[in-house]
Design a protein around this ligand. Structure first.
Ligand SMILES: [Zn+2]
Length: 240
């Protein structure tokens, strides 16, 4: 497929119409959806074309080919309400505020800023591959609290693992690899620092911050893991 063929399959809620149902998903089920401007559509398409046309970006290229081959892909504006996707629906919503504010812990122990191409391709992995973020290691379903201390808990999830492969192929830097889905600066922006490496540049596999999502709040223990991972653990004396 050529980029023009893929781009023709990506529909933007607003410039490409405002149907109440997109690929069988009711737009209202996302909540707070608004229309993209033509400029926002062009900005997202430019970011995706960069991912598609880069000769090293095999994984993103294949993902977008698979999505476009399956049918239309719908994106809607969700600025102020978070980017998200119903896995496997070939629909997603994008939050431009999140793109500009989200900072996640990288493989080099330092926070990195999200950017548009990374944010959109993450949602398209959900939308096209049907993968989730974090799953409970026992039920294999998404859960409201996270069993982080379980020795087989996957702190990244399949979507971030694929996202990281894409970031690597794009050459966005050795540290520009997300190492914990919930390890973001906004967990405790008063305590955390985004101007240092917490590991003095040492490479880490998992970043684990305490938060109200932790099913064992105030207890952070990765000592039973068998995967020899290098871990960064930050507690913050969570209050309820
Ligand atoms: Zn996700």
């Amino acid at each position: 497929m050529a980029w023009a063929d893929v781009a023709a399959k990506i529909k933007f809620w607003g410039p490409d119409g405002t149907p109440l149902t997109i690929n069988g998903v009711s737009v209202s089920s996302y909540g707070g959806v608004s229309q993209f401007s033509k400029a926002q559509k062009d900005e997202i398409l430019a970011a995706l074309q960069e991912l598609y046309d880069n000769p090293n970006s095999i994984t993103a290229h294949a993902l977008l080919d698979a999505g476009a081959a399956a049918g239309d892909i719908w994106l809607a504006n969700h600025t102020g309400f978070g980017s998200s996707s119903f896995p496997g629906s070939r629909t997603a919503v994008i939050d431009f505020d999140q793109v500009n504010s989200l900072e996640w812990m990288g493989r080099d122990g330092q926070f990195h800023k999200d950017h548009l191409g990374g944010n959109v391709i993450h949602q398209l992995i959900h939308a096209i591959d049907g993968t989730y973020d974090l799953l409970d290691p026992t039920t294999h379903l998404p859960a409201n609290t996270r069993d982080y201390n379980n020795p087989i808990f996957d702190h990244l999830g399949l979507t971030i693992r694929k996202q990281n492969i894409i970031f690597h192929e794009m050459g966005w830097g050795d540290g520009y690899q997300q190492v914990g889905y919930n390890a973001t600066f906004d967990v405790n922006s008063a305590l955390l620092r985004n101007d240092i490496s917490y590991t003095e540049g040492e490479t880490i596999d998992i970043a684990y911050f305490d938060s109200s999502l932790n099913s064992t709040e105030n207890t952070l223990d990765l000592s039973r893991r068998a995967d020899q991972s290098n871990d960064l653990i930050i507690g913050s004396r969570a209050t309820t």
